[in-house]
Write a protein that binds this ligand. Structure first.
Ligand code: ZN
Length: 73
């Protein structure tokens, strides 16, 4: 786990998030406005998205559904 400071996409407050070792996107809650956003770690930087702006690929909930569908096969 590594802590990275990002800016909330809703209120721009600095939020420190912990990203796992993998590159899977994760949900984080802003301490300032309480809204949920998605942080997706890239090769050299971290991408911050509002939940509604995130493509399915970057949405942890959407990915889970897809992953389950594929691993059932
Ligand atoms: Zn916020």
């Amino acid at each position: 786990m590594s802590a990275i400071t990002v800016n909330c996409p809703y209120c721009q407050q600095s939020v420190t998030v912990n990203q796992g070792e993998d590159y899977a996107p994760q949900f984080h809650n802003c301490q300032g406005c309480g809204k949920r956003f998605i942080a997706e770690r890239g090769v050299s930087s971290i991408k911050i998205m509002k939940e509604k702006d995130a493509p399915c690929m970057s949405n942890p909930e959407c990915r889970e559904i897809e992953t389950c569908a594929t691993c059932e096969e």
